[in-house]
Design a protein. Structure first.
Length: 424
């Protein structure tokens, strides 16, 4: 099987299962000999920040000398971004080999979904490549997510919880928190964000008590003397200066969550402490696409995957980093997201908005998004393509010494990233 054939085989499966549960992924993993049970896994769930937190945790563990696997979902740069070891994507050749190996087993499991197949491939690949530890990002929810087939994580991490996927996870913070807390397993320590929602925190505390787990939560003040710029963040942690190249104030809370998770993971792996040298090195080398990512300096262009109200508020809080530059925004969202609430959070920071329809069956039409923005008093229009949106936005920003902010669905982020980086 070649790479394209492997992708076709993966994508031929349904994205979501017809019923919730871990039965199908469980059958698949048993056929493979349950490789996930032979791995030491840091499991990361949450509504926002889980990708950045997972990437930082993996970077810290790698700097501490551990061969570290990482799964993320969805991808932005390349499909192989979803499976990484020590910061390197699985190669096209190795993904093809892995799917070829799994095919006879996958064909025995009815209704195995795309996400279940790629999760099985990741866990099997990490086991066969002798990873010391794996950081696994939940795809959706937690309790019934395919990554949750692991029975004994070494650390469970819950990043900030907000209202998202309400049609699947529930329409209250408490209901969504309960689903996310499905990754908490008896005896495994739990880490949560310094900025966790209070209602969600109550559910997390209850679940920890029921399952006999300790809960660790640093305060935001654990990061001292915070200085933010377009080069990232500098702050003191245990009186040692750290540099985090990721932009945005919200990344400080994610970094503190990752630091605590990595410290506990090192202890659970038999180590003593996470050295300050490893912390400095790990944080300084973190890169995560589409999270306040600077793609271009002239005009200044930032790409961010803020796709729900919580993420939009976090982005809005970080936009003062742009100074007094007028902002032309490019935005595209999926139809099942609360785009009006996201627009309300961002509108005060945008001079104008160019709307695009992301390349996804669930996308909200760009013209409809523009109409919703107009109703909020924001000057908005719709572009026919990502290429057209970039040409319009960059020309306007260049003419007025302004900035371009691309935000919304990560599906749009992938499209726009290619367009911008390939521009002359």
């Amino acid at each position: 099987m070649q790479y394209k054939e492997a992708l076709d085989y993966i994508h031929a499966r349904a994205r979501f299962g017809s019923r919730p549960g871990l039965e199908q992924i469980g059958k698949m993993m048993r056929l493979l000999g349950d490789p996930q049970e032979k791995l030491r896994v840091v499991h990361v769930a949450g509504t926002n920040g889980k990708g950045s937190t997972a990437a930082m945790t993996a970077a810290l563990l790698r700097a501490a000398g551990y061969r570290t696997g990482l799964t993320i979902s969805p991808f932005v740069v390349d499909f192989c971004e979803r499976i990484q070891i020590d910061g390197e994507f699985i190669s096209h050749e190795d993904l093809a080999k892995e799917i070829t190996l799994l095919q006879p087993f996958a064909d025995q499991v009815e209704e195995l979904t795309e996400f279940e197949l790629i999760t099985a491939a990741a866990y099997d690949y990490f086991y066969r490549r002798n990873c010391d530890v794996v950081v696994a990002e939940v795809g959706l929810g937690g309790r019934f997510d395919a990554t949750n087939i692991i029975r004994n994580p070494i650390v469970s991490v819950i990043t900030p919880i907000g209202l998202d996927h309400t049609d699947i996870l529930g329409d209250t913070i408490e209901q969504i928190a309960f689903e996310k807390c499905g990754i908490i397993k008896p005896g495994a320590p739990v880490v949560t964000s310094p900025e966790q929602d209070t209602d969600a925190l109550a559910v997390i505390l209850e679940q920890c008590a029921q399952k006999g787990c300790t809960l660790a939560q640093l305060t935001i003040n654990a990061a001292g003397d915070v200085r933010l710029s377009l080069d990232g963040a500098r702050f003191l942690y245990r009186d040692v200066e750290m540099h985090l190249p990721l932009l945005g104030r919200y990344q400080i809370a994610n970094a503190l969550t990752a630091l605590k998770a990595a410290e506990l993971a090192v202890q659970r792996c038999g180590g003593q402490t996470l050295s300050m040298q490893a912390v400095r090195e790990g944080l300084s080398k973190v890169h995560f696409p589409a999270r306040m990512e600077i793609l271009c300096r002239n005009p200044l262009t930032i790409l961010d995957g803020a796709h729900n109200p919580h993420g939009a508020k976090a982005l809005a809080q970080s936009l003062p980093l742009l100074g007094d530059r007028p902002v032309t925004a490019v935005m595209g969202v999926l139809a099942d997201k609360d785009s009006t609430a996201a627009l309300k959070a961002l509108a005060p920071h945008f001079r104008r908005l160019i709307c695009v329809t992301p390349d996804n069956p669930r996308a909200l039409d760009g013209h409809e998004l523009a109409a919703r923005a107009d109703a909020l008093g924001l000057t908005a229009s719709a572009a026919h393509s990502a290429q057209e949106a970039w040409e319009l936005a960059s020309a306007v920003a260049a003419s007025e010494n302004g900035a371009v902010v691309v935000c919304g669905s990560l599906y749009l982020a992938g499209q726009m990233r290619k367009v911008i980086l390939n521009a002359d």
